[in-house]
Design a binder for this molecule. Structure first.
Ligand code: BMA
Length: 844
């Protein structure tokens, strides 16, 4: 018979596992986790509101049981019925009619159980899934291994014992919500034979003129018979090749296709995201048995690590083109994972594209993401840096755990390997930092994996043996890197090799963000600055108006970062005039974040042109898993903070930069400098030379007047994929020119302004922002649903931020406005009659 899929998404009930059989409650839909089901049954208040997280603690401490009753499907003799779970969170015992058919202990694995025999014996069945309490189970397992050093940061260290998403134990941006449940699809599969796996392995010739696609199918046939696999290759709905291959039992079934002049897959901004489609249909005995389709892209991808004047490079090259990877780190988009729809995943990736970001780092304390995430990255052209799921800890390695990790990594690499977006697998997040900080043994010269296992840092075996072996067997063309950060076994803070997490802004030594560019390494895979979300998000989780002040207990409760009060305060006090009303305070934290990110990305992107000194920058973090105060530049509700726009501007394919040298005012007791050097440059990620005009103005912050005639650079040849230096040794004489002033640069290409940058005297708190003469004209909504907003000003204005309204998208925000340079932005989604968008700016 043909392959049949029977989803088991409805008709479930659940109850407290220790309860008698009275307490069954309906489950609206599976996949789900218990918190969602309790909320639906009004047994739990939304844990994202106020202090409700605390009221949800009891849920974490319980066992839970899910039940589904069903009838045997009518199936002909000789067919197999398999119960398939794409994911169980986490310690689950599955019983069919009272018999245990599966015991699971790894959330990151899919499970298949053949239940043909059990179903044949009678008509009606009861399927029970009993979830043990992961929190206490973890502690129990930890207790059994007293010799292991349970060290790390974030959450309870017993988490290291369990293959469950680590942020469920709480993180410095997330609540403690220990979910349990059937968190991914569950179904019955009925078949006589099926396609168990299909992998389009592609090889692009160095000249890009041809590509070879080896289609590898794995066939499960329950009967010996003669089967044929029909492979079809198509592009944009048109079949371009086909091959029929007889199936040999227990051997992979393969077909090889040659494609001339293949259409390549590119990250966005560099070309099209062409996806080919490979499908295989299995036939036997004259019937179509099963069909599986995979979309894939044709591209090469490398990480170039070679000696150079800065040490050893670390940058990505796709289809032969060096890509500066400006992007961000990704955490799970919800603490209640099944609540994230495919649509919501897509919106996140669309936002990345809108923000000029080309790389997303799926961080190791979350999950191997949903297919919808990678599909969106493939379709929209966002490169993926994929961590394996280990984070901030010294992981143990007893044999059953290693076995489970082996299965998990094979399962996920096989699931993900056709995605062209995934360009690197990385062993873990910051586990080498833990090794350093707590002084675990790591002798890089010792190459014997058995010794690693016997050491007090046994997980080295996972990162340097188990995982690289899995990647080279199952996805041999994808780069593997042992950890983030990591570089050739050197200290993780070594800026000359590998990737680096730079937390000396915010955490660590709390450096001034103005010098961020000097703190980078060869690839900056983490760095961040917190900012409050917009007021609408705070309004969602803070009920009581009396709590709407910056230091209220509920706001502190929603900020899980250690020492956040001191760190936020430090950066605010150093840079801005303080405010205590919530709206202004929110705005000020956002200005600091936007500036910090700008200073980092702008400088690092400039360094790209200096022999790839910096290969990329992935800020911590794009998103949130609940409404919170964190380093996210876009909040839980997908509302961009101002930093989203400041990053977007510095990542544009053409970006002009102007910057005076950093004058450390606090080191010289707030003395003003007598002279400052400045530089100006253009960063380009374009493939070809373009010609542009650049203007640099010196404008008084006090009067708005030009203090000297603008400098003009005509017909500048902008070097492709590089940095073009325009001014290397400009000098401002602050004695001759005592009025504080901005340096304002604009770049025109084809008579259009394509980039701007404004350099301000630092810190902002010393500047007088009175009487700016700002004018914002918001014209009524037009037919196209786009509203034009014209912004102009008599004196320089810092960081005008517009309201982020539901379903309204802004083309830009967080802008600096310079006299004589009106800026025009669009707001898409505003309707006729809607009130104008609110806005604010510095010193207002
Ligand atoms: C990084 C991450 C996370 C953490 C963040 C902020 O190092 O890997 O563990 O949330 O710092 O502290």
């Amino acid at each position: 018979m043909s392959f049949l899929e029977i989803p088991l998404s409805t008709g479930w009930a659940f109850k407290d596992g220790e309860d008698d059989n009275e307490g069954w409650m309906p489950v609206p839909v599976v996949p789900s986790v218990v918190h969602q089901d309790l909320i639906a049954n009004k047994k739990l208040e939304d844990p994202y509101l106020g202090f409700n997280e605390l009221k949800a603690r009891w849920v974490n401490e319980k066992t839970w049981q899910y039940r589904h009753e069903f009838q045997s499907p009518q199936v002909p003799a000789g067919t197999t019925v398999v119960l398939v779970f794409d994911g169980l969170d986490t310690f689950a015992t599955v019983e069919l009619d009272g018999e245990t058919i599966l015991e699971s202990s790894n959330m990151f694995l899919g499970y298949r159980v053949d239940i043909t025999k059990a179903l044949a014996s009678k008509e009606s069945h009861v399927l029970d899934v009993k979830f043990d309490c992961a929190q206490s189970k973890a502690r129990e397992i930890r207790g059994q291994h007293p010799d292991h050093r349970w060290e790390g940061f974030n959450g309870d260290m017993s988490r290291l014992a369990v293959r469950k998403s680590q942020y469920h134990w709480g993180w410095d941006w997330g609540p403690v919500l220990m979910t349990a449940g059937i968190w991914r699809d569950v179904r019955l599969e009925v078949y006589s034979a099926r396609v168990a796996d299909l992998w389009p392995q592609t090889k692009l010739a160095p000249d890009h003129q041809t590509a070879t696609v080896t289609a590898v199918a794995e066939i499960d046939s329950v009967e010996t018979g003669s089967y044929t696999a029909h492979f079809h290759l198509s592009l944009r709905g048109q079949e371009i090749a086909r091959q029929d291959v007889p199936v040999v039992v227990d051997q992979p079934t393969q077909a090889t296709f040659q494609i001339d002049h293949p259409d390549l897959w590119w990250p966005h901004g560099y070309g099209f995201q062409t996806l080919y489609e490979l499908s295989v249909s299995l036939t036997g005995g004259g019937i179509d048995l099963h069909q599986v389709t995979k979309k894939f892209g044709i591209r090469t991808s490398e990480v170039i690590q070679q000696q150079d004047k800065h040490g050893k490079s670390f940058f990505f090259r796709v289809n032969g083109v060096d890509i500066f990877c400006g992007g961000s780190c990704w955490i799970p988009a919800d603490s209640l994972l099944p609540s994230i729809s495919s649509k919501r995943y897509r919106k996140w990736i669309e936002l990345m594209v809108e923000g000029g970001q080309v790389m997303s780092r799926v961080w190791g304390g979350g999950i191997y993401e949903d297919d919808a995430f990678y599909d969106a990255c493939d379709e929209l052209g966002v490169l993926v840096w994929q961590d394996f799921m280990f984070g901030c800890g010294n992981y143990p390695t007893w044999p059953e755990l290693l076995e489970s990790i082996q299965q998990e990594s094979v399962y996920n690499v096989r699931r993900l390997r056709h995605h062209p977006s995934i360009v690197i697998y990385v062993g873990n997040n910051e586990d080498y930092q833990v090794q350093e900080q707590v002084g675990l043994t790591y002798d890089y010269e010792d190459k014997n994996p058995e010794n690693w296992l016997a050491s007090n840092f046994p997980a080295r075996y996972i990162y340097e043996k188990l995982l690289p072996d899995v990647v080279s067997e199952f996805s041999p063309d994808t780069v593997y890197h042992p950890g983030s950060p990591w570089g050739d076994g050197k200290t993780t803070s070594d800026p000359t090799v590998g990737d680096m997490h730079q937390w000396n802004v915010w955490h660590g030594t709390q450096e001034k963000y103005q010098i961020f560019e000097t703190l980078g390494g060869r690839f900056n895979s983490e760095f961040g600055m917190e900012a409050f979300p917009h007021l609408s998000t705070i309004d969602y989780f803070v009920d009581n108006d009396a709590d709407k002040y910056p230091q209220s207990q509920v706001l502190d409760f929603h900020n899980k970062a250690d020492g956040h009060e001191r760190r936020l305060a430090t950066y605010l006090v150093e840079n801005l005039r303080m405010a205590t009303d919530l709206e202004t305070y929110i705005y000020l934290t956002q200005v600091v974040q936007a500036e910090t990110m700008m200073f980092g990305y702008r400088g690092w992107r400039r360094q790209w042109g200096d022999e790839r000194h910096c290969g990329g920058a992935l800020l911590w973090q794009l998103n949130d898993c609940w409404p919170t105060i964190s380093w996210a530049i876009v909040d839980y509700f997908l509302r961009p903070k101002p930093a989203f726009y400041s990053v977007k501007r510095v990542l544009k394919s053409l970006a002009v930069g102007v910057q005076r040298e950093h004058h450390d005012w606090s080191a010289v007791h707030a003395q003003p400098p007598t002279r400052s050097e400045y530089t100006m440059w253009i960063a380009s990620s374009l493939p070809e030379v373009v010609y542009g005009t650049v203007e640099l103005r010196f404008i008084s912050i006090v009067t708005g007047q030009d203090l000297q005639p603008p400098a003009l650079f005509q017909k500048v040849a902008i070097v492709p994929n590089d940095t073009t230096n325009l001014i290397k040794d400009g000098v401002i004489d602050h004695i001759a020119q005592s009025e504080p002033h901005v340096l304002a640069a604009r770049l025109w290409v084809d008579n259009k302004v394509v980039a701007r940058d404004v350099d301000w005297p630092q810190p902002f708190k010393y500047l007088d922002f009175a009487d700016r003469g700002l004018e914002v004209k918001q014209q009524p909504g037009s037919v196209s649903g786009q509203q034009i907003i014209n912004i102009s000003s008599r004196k320089p204005v810092k960081c005008i931020v517009f309201e982020e309204r539901e379903n309204v998208r802004l083309s830009d925000s967080a802008l600096d406005i310079i006299p004589g340079d009106e800026q025009v932005i669009t707001a898409t989604g505003l309707k006729e009659g809607d009130s104008p968008l609110k806005f604010r700016y510095l010193g207002q």
